[in-house]
Design a binder for this molecule. Structure first.
Ligand code: B12
Length: 320
């Protein structure tokens, strides 16, 4: 690998990222087809924003420069306290949501890397995305050798599992590229079998409109259908079932090296000192205070109340 690409990778690790890889800024033909299939069949559920900007997603158009390379970084988010803190509660929050807003943190963390890039290559362009550009960060991560795209559609690293965030820096700087990683899901179907809503309807395919994560976060309507309501079970924000059952995560999450070292992703102090009923009965003002700087800030108070109601409904019906 060229010394420029190696130095960029070193800078990414120095900036505090846990994994880094570099790929060509492109979406291979088969992935283009898959993404187009997804859009055509409205598998994006209530995320009406998804079909917009397909030219950017598929061809990196309209970002102000011609993208040549993608530097993909990953940051572990699983906190060792997660299990201890949440075993006191019978509702569930996904692991990625219990700390600070990762969009902000990953942007802050990338400052060192971006300032190195901009100073060293003053004539080149760099643009970071943390869910913020309509691009497929997972396809780029797979191409950059961060991991393979598993049957649960997440990027999985053979030793690190999948509890990590992704962020991509697009650039017009030509770099040397990593090789994609081999798919190691084999005949395993644990994620598909465990998904209570059958959102993973075929290997490597997700119907987002059926995913609990979509229901609890992306569905902005204030009333759930009866099916969706029961499907949520104890999940109030996001869902980790398809990651929890993944054999790679079962092994990886036992290893301290794969847990987050970022205090920002540690379980918020609030959860250490609160009772289940206090959290579930937050009023609007308290909720707004609670989500300030939290990864749970993607939902409104009314969505939160809706999710809490569904949780109580499930609790009542499942204990009959
Ligand atoms: C939209 C979105 C969602 C949607 C859709 C999920 C999905 N799998 O696409 C919902 C709301 C359901 C969701 C949930 C979650 N998300 Co999300 N999400 C995104 C977002 C913003 C875009 C992803 C996207 O473009 N999806 C559309 C599909 C079509 O694109 P794709 O997955 O890249 O496409 C491939 C496959 O789906 C498959 N495929 C799709 N259709 C078809 C059809 C055929 C015929 C075939 C063969 C294959 C196939 O092949 C495609 C490529 O070839 C990304 C950030 C980003 N900009 O990339 C985060 C992102 C993917 N999410 C992330 C996370 C953490 C989650 C959750 C774990 C959060 C939680 N705990 O609740 C769950 C996981 C659920 C799951 N099993 O995917 C991380 C994933 C990190 C990782 N290690 O992979 C990302 C990258 C955010 C980040 N910056 O870190 N998410």
């Amino acid at each position: 690998m060229s010394s420029i690409s190696l130095t960029i990778k070193e800078k990414a690790i120095e900036s505090g990222f846990d994994l880094v890889g570099i790929s060509k800024a492109w979406i291979p033909a088969i992935d283009k087809e898959n993404i187009e299939y997804w859009v055509k069949n409205k598998l994006y559920g209530k995320m009406d924003w998804f079909p917009k900007n397909q030219n950017l997603r598929l061809y990196f158009e309209n970002i102000g420069f011609s993208s040549v390379s993608a530097i993909v970084v990953a940051s572990f988010y699983l906190d060792k306290e997660y299990y201890d803190v949440f075993k006191r509660f019978s509702f569930r929050l996904s692991r990625y949501a219990v700390g600070k807003d990762y969009h902000k943190i990953l942007r802050q963390k990338a400052k060192g890397l971006l300032s190195y890039l901009k100073t060293t290559f003053p004539n080149q362009k760099f643009r970071q995305s943390v869910d913020t550009l309509p691009i497929s960060e997972k396809v780029l991560a797979r191409e950059a050798g961060i991991g393979w795209m598993g049957k649960n559609t997440n990027i999985i690293h053979p030793k690190k599992g999948s509890y990590f965030f992704l962020s991509v820096v697009l650039t017009d700087l030509p770099l040397e590229y990593d090789d994609p990683m081999k798919d190691r899901c084999g005949s395993c179907r644990a994620c598909m079998d465990a998904c209570p809503t059958r959102a993973l309807y075929e290997p490597y395919k997700i119907d987002a409109g059926r995913c609990i994560s979509h229901h609890t976060i992306e569905d902005k309507s204030l009333e759930f259908s009866q099916d969706a309501k029961l499907a949520l079970s104890s999940w109030i924000y996001g869902c980790d079932i398809c990651q929890e059952v993944c054999p790679f995560n079962k092994v990886a999450s036992k290893n301290q090296n794969n847990l987050t070292k970022r205090k920002e992703f540690h379980v918020k102090d609030y959860f250490h000192n609160t009772l289940e009923t206090d959290f579930l009965s937050l009023n609007q003002k308290e909720f707004e205070e609670f989500v300030r700087d939290s990864a749970m800030n993607r939902i409104s108070y009314l969505q939160f109340k809706r999710n809490v109601d569904a949780y109580y409904h499930w609790k009542k019906t499942s204990h009959r």
